[in-house]
Design a protein around this ligand. Structure first.
Ligand SMILES: [Zn+2]
Length: 251
């Protein structure tokens, strides 16, 4: 069953184990999801080891289960995703791989859009999907038509798009890329950086896309109608208290 159990590896498929860190919060929801990806007996990839923490470190090693670690992958360099990576890399002898040109950790060769990593029956393709962060990557696990969406699509909320690194136009384009990839059954499931896996995947992605588009249109209409300040705009667009609450949560 697909439940988030902190500190205990949860098997999601033949090749995917999830370990949820016990770091719940406004930006992390129930906590950061670390994924251990790879077939039995083959070197495994560890995606997003999360924050520095002994218990989570041990839980990741339990999920790796004595296998080699092929690479430590980082979806983006926000601090809920990577600080445990250097320790894990040192302990396992693996390299850290990320898109960021100047990452805040010692990294192996930089990952670029379309780069393909494979180990014992698990093939991961890096997808540069900026918007939430300029260096944001999703990973497609080809054998399972699963996409690790990190913070592009989360299980519990819409993503935060905050300047200077966040960019709404890029975010929309990244969602559109995911929708395109999923059309015609190209994707079976999404494994987000926070929250439960999403299946079927495209309804949720389209809903987020529609919601963002609607908000943007409303803002443009408000400007056209002569609304000049942010508070006036918030009052006009976010008319229901519940929506207002979630708008402050999602940024
Ligand atoms: Zn995050």
């Amino acid at each position: 069953m697909d439940t988030l159990r902190k500190g205990t590896p949860v098997r999601l498929s033949d090749r995917v184990l999830r370990v949820t860190q016990d770091n719940p919060g406004m930006f992390t929801g129930p906590g950061t999801n670390t994924y251990v990806i790879g077939g039995a007996g083959s070197p495994a990839f560890v995606l997003d080891p999360g924050e520095e923490d002994d218990a989570h470190f041990e839980a990741i090693l339990r999920a790796v289960g004595g296998r080699e670690v092929a690479d430590v992958l980082i979806s983006h360099t926000h601090r809920d995703h990577w600080p445990l990576a250097p320790r894990l890399a040192e302990h396992t002898g693996a390299e850290i791989r990320a898109f960021n040109e100047d990452p805040p950790f010692a990294a192996g060769p930089r990952l670029k859009d379309g780069d393909c990593l494979s180990s014992g029956g698990a093939t991961l393709v890096a997808l540069h999907t900026p918007g939430h962060a300029s260096d944001h990557l999703c990973f497609l696990l080809e054998e399972e038509r699963a996409v690790f969406t990190a913070d592009l699509v989360m299980g519990w909320s819409t993503s935060i798009i905050a300047p200077p690194d966040g960019n709404l136009n890029q975010y929309m384009a990244s969602l559109e890329r995911l929708i395109e990839l999923g059309q015609g059954g190209g994707i079976d499931v999404l494994h987000p950086g926070h929250g439960e896996s999403i299946k079927p995947p495209l309804d949720r992605v389209r809903e987020i896309h529609r919601h963002r588009r609607q908000r943007t249109d409303q803002a443009l209409e408000a400007i056209a109608a002569g609304v000049a300040t942010i508070p006036e705009m918030v009052e006009r667009i976010y008319t229901e208290p519940a929506v207002l609450a979630s708008s402050t949560q999602v940024g």
